[in-house]
Unconditional design. Structure first.
Length: 304
């Protein structure tokens, strides 16, 4: 005996809706979509305009700065890039890039390694005072960098590490980035403890559990931390300004000021060219790893 399917109320309501009302509803949705697209395009143009202006400014002669505030240069030239490629103060441009890349890569390695270990200790190991130490670590987020500049400089100066990269790299290996430790702790706490207990039954210790179980599962948090660490370190100006004194060892942010300190004049065209070139690695790094950043945010929102 065959059964007769009864159309749902929603289907009946849609199918019995007059055609003019359906057309008005579709037209309203189309208008709303167009409005939202226009708003989003306008916001995108506002956000990208400074970057586009900087790109065209790299082709302006220094004499046009202050006289031509517009987007397009009156007398386009590539001399700015020629000056930049030749280098400054006897140092080629690639050396500044290499210095920044070395500092940024070492900072990423140190931050990921130390922050992951500290986060595992806070999230999985029970010891006396863990809550107090975790609260103290979070409290360091309230301390601005400028508060600890003087004691840090005195300490590194006594260790004779000034004018080296150690003051910029060594703290990264000591889990001093409380923000990333906190971020990874939240990821580890979302991992079921049953996996740890099963590994302990098989004879695994903390080191085996950390490297074989926890580390692969917190990959989104690690990639998110790597992205922000690379960007912040690449753009850091104050730290290298304090500790690096040799021009050949300057990273890119410090090398930029060389174009504005020569005989009390400023080469704005070359400065813009170097600034734009300095942005390219960050843009490339972010574009390559942005999907992992989105995956990290999405994974953080999952429960169970």
């Amino acid at each position: 005996m065959s059964t007769i399917e009864v159309p749902s109320a929603e289907f009946l309501e849609i199918s019995t809706e007059p055609a003019p009302q359906r057309r008005r509803r579709i037209k309203r949705k189309t208008v709303n979509t167009i409005i939202w697209m226009i708003v989003l395009l306008a916001l995108t143009a506002i956000v990208l305009y400074p970057l586009v202006w900087m790109l065209f400014a790299t082709f302006k002669p220094s004499s046009e700065f202050g006289q031509n505030p517009g987007l397009m240069p009156d007398n386009p030239t590539v001399d700015n890039y020629v000056k930049v490629v030749e280098g400054i103060a006897g140092t080629p441009l690639w050396r500044f890039f290499a210095n920044s890349l070395f500092i940024a890569v070492m900072a990423v390695i140190g931050t990921l390694f130390s922050s992951a270990l500290a986060a595992y200790a806070f999230a999985r190991i029970k010891f006396r005072g863990v809550g107090l130490l975790f609260a103290a670590m979070i409290g360091t987020l309230l301390l601005p960098f400028h508060v600890i500049i003087i004691p840090q400089y005195i300490m590194f100066n006594k260790l004779e590490l000034v004018d080296t990269y150690w003051p910029l790299i060594l703290p990264k290996f000591l889990a001093t980035e409380a923000f990333f430790v906190f971020l990874i702790v939240q990821f580890i706490r979302n991992i079921p403890r049953d996996m740890d207990e099963a590994a302990r039954i098989d004879g695994a210790g903390h080191i085996r559990i950390f490297f074989s179980i926890i580390l692969p599962l917190i990959k989104p948090a690690l990639i998110t931390s790597a992205i922000f660490t690379f960007i912040w370190t690449w753009n850091d100006f104050l730290g290298p300004l304090l500790y690096i004194n040799t021009p050949e060892e300057y990273p890119l942010p410090i090398a930029l000021k060389l174009y504005n300190d020569q005989t009390s004049t400023s080469d704005y065209g070359a400065t813009m060219a170097v600034s734009f070139l300095a942005l390219l690695p960050i843009l490339i790094f972010f574009i390559v790893f942005q999907r992992f950043l989105v995956d990290g945010v999405a994974t953080q929102g999952l429960k169970g």
